[in-house]
Design a binder for this molecule. Sequence first.
Ligand code: ATP
Ligand code: MG
Length: 406
Amino acid sequence: MRQSQLFGKTSKTKEAAAASINHELLVRAGFVDQLMAGVYSYLPLGWRVLDRISDIVREEMDAVGGLEVSLPALHPKENWEKTGRWGSLDILFKTKSQTKTEYALGPTHEEVIVPLAKKHIASYRDLPGYWYQIQVKFRDELRAKAGLLRGREFLMKDLYSFHTSAQDLKEYYEQMKDAYLKVFKRCKLDAIVTEASGGSFTKEYSHEFQVETKNGEDLIFRCSCGMVRNKEIVPDLKDGGACPECGKAVEAVKSIEVGNIFDLGKKFSKDFNLKFTDEDGKEKEVIIGCYGIGISRLMGSIVEIHNDKQGIIWPKEVSPFKYHLVSLGDDEKVYKQSERVYNDLVKKDKEVLWDDRREESNAEKLADADLIGISTRLVISPKLGDKIEVKERDSKNSKLVSAKEL
Ligand code: ATP
Ligand code: MG
């Protein structure tokens, strides 16, 4: 893509509305635009990153047997009444039709997938099932000030697993833990598996994946014995307090929850009467697990962790382009050479953003490249002759190579 034709401009001025690093950098670098608190448009650069992250998540979900579907965002009220959540879930967005019928805008999809599963599951032979989607969610969040970390409309991957027994769920749950750790590792985030309560609707257990950062909204406690818990389940514990497992002093750290996996037990099967006939001919309730990753929150988290004074530093796997080709000076020769390099790379399926702008100064172009943060920068300039300077965004060093070597 030619930068002269890019939709979305970089900006040097500080964002007045920005209360977080990810909002500040993503808006200034031209990745997203805020429509209102917690609601963002994704411009081409931002959309590409979201796509990269979605692809990583897809690969890892497919690797544990996930089948991708797409469920509606508009839900009938009755389904939410059946689970008791129409009245109890404070973040549920409700909307009314001109016929006065009420609907919910999906904040999560148990109310849709469980009735759907009922049409498919009759016997133990239909189980297990692992179905997921990557889809927009709506939540009436009170605090939506942390950029992509807390949206009122945001992108989530949610997978639901259906099992004949608690043991079968447990085994899948453990596989999913590993799959989640793979996702976060590929996004260059050190996620810590944290014990948490099952939430408001279940007494079963859950695990969160927390990324340590001083800008996080969550507080977790860590102990050298391996215990990690969210403050919400041990509200009386304080930094330096006694570990509930071993008694040693715990450390409190701020963090971002990038994923959450739940054992939902039989709660939703009971609500929707989802049963199967087992090998012994008996009717039993299906055991359900659910597994969420905030795709857009992940994008915000990567920016919170990977940045410097100059801008964003995208990890290679999620960088919007593989190369940022920057042409310096206004020498016609430089643009001819750049165009050859650009065409060659594109032909080899390498994705390149080419800064072909003529009006910007060299300093502005280099500052923009650092702000945008594409993982590898290529510079072509009259000073370098036929050579191309290659520099990784996360390194101070560069090297000179020929077009052929590149
Ligand atoms: P939180 O405690 O941060 O409000 P949650 O526990 O309610 O989140 P889940 O219902 O477990 O969230 O959703 C699964 C994942 O979706 C979370 O782990 C998080 O990564 C992401 N997520 C949840 N709420 C939001 C939001 N408002 N904006 C962006 N991502 C979100
Ligand atoms: Mg959660």
